[in-house]
Design a protein around this ligand. Structure first.
Ligand SMILES: Nc1ncnc2c1ncn2[C@@H]1O[C@H](COP(=O)(O)OP(=O)(O)OP(=O)(O)O)[C@@H](O)[C@H]1O
Length: 254
């Protein structure tokens, strides 16, 4: 977090809980994410990270508990409403179209009512209104050269960078990144770390990643989840030396 950053939470959950037919995937989670911070969610497989992300972005409705965004209760709101309130999510599973160019993806995203979906057909004249902003977003993720190329030709790392640009199209207050470096080469991982640092300027980021190099390089705070609960929260150095965290990960290794 940069010096002088406001410490007020942009996002808070209280006793957030999600049950799936008797199984509790997220249990009484109290999470505070400071304005302007980069916050990592880590934990062994099945700890509840994806479920928590789905709750924060409205893709799942909590069984109980509350989610407050910038002072507003967003518990139980639909994903489109949450997106409108300034929360953007980049997905782990790619949702790009091979036969559209990078520029077309961004123009469509900007032209759609929520900025997220590509569901609405728009005339090319309408889309051109979004060209400058689209090029600006491509520039932010270092993809200007690829603007007119079909996404089908892109390498995996380039597709993930385009997804980041799409997530930025809404100019979100809060950016949720689901495993931004999953499946990447070492080189792409380092490029993505730099990219996330760059695009996080002026916004708040929550991300899930299994790669501890990524977590250590990016996160101001780290919450470690285990069996749906927050086991430990702190800086990367605090959590990585914590006995409970070491035991949780050793348990997984065994
Ligand atoms: N729709 C569902 N119905 C029933 N159980 C579910 C559902 N979604 C998730 N779960 C269970 O909830 C638990 C938490 O899953 P979740 O995907 O949130 O974990 P995770 O920390 O994201 O794991 P990973 O690191 O492997 O992605 C798991 O035991 C999973 O099987």
């Amino acid at each position: 977090m940069t010096a002088g950053t406001d410490q007020r939470p942009l996002l808070s959950t209280r006793a957030l809980t999600k049950n799936f037919r008797g199984f509790t995937a997220v249990r009484h989670v109290d999470l505070d994410v400071a304005v302007g911070s980069i916050h990592a969610l880590v934990g062994p497989n099945g700890a509840g990270k994806t479920t928590l992300f789905n709750l924060l972005s409205g893709f799942l409705t909590p069984t109980s508990g509350t989610i407050i965004l910038d002072g507003q209760d967003i518990t139980g709101k639909q994903p489109e409403n949450i997106a409108h309130l300034g929360v953007a999510r980049s997905f782990q599973i790619t949702s790009l179209f091979d036969n559209l160019t990078a520029l077309e993806h961004l123009e469509l995203a900007l032209a759609s009512p929520t900025g997220l979906g590509l569901r609405f057909w728009r005339s090319s004249r309408t889309l051109r209104r979004f060209r400058t902003r689209s090029l600006d977003l491509l520039d932010k993720v270092g993809m200007t050269d690829l603007a007119d190329r079909n996404v089908g030709e892109f390498a995996y790392g380039q597709k993930r960078a385009l997804e980041l640009a799409l997530a930025l199209a809404l100019d979100p207050k809060l950016l949720l990144l689901d495993e931004p470096t999953a499946g990447m080469s070492l080189e792409d991982v380092d490029r993505t770390i730099e990219l996330v640092k760059q695009i996080s300027a002026g916004r708040t980021v929550v991300f899930v990643d299994h790669n501890m190099h990524v977590v250590g390089s990016l996160a101001d705070r780290v919450s470690v989840l285990q069996q749906g609960e927050i086991l430990v929260e702190g800086t990367y150095d605090e959590v990585r030396t914590d006995e409970k965290v070491i035991t949780a990960y050793l348990g997984q290794a065994q």
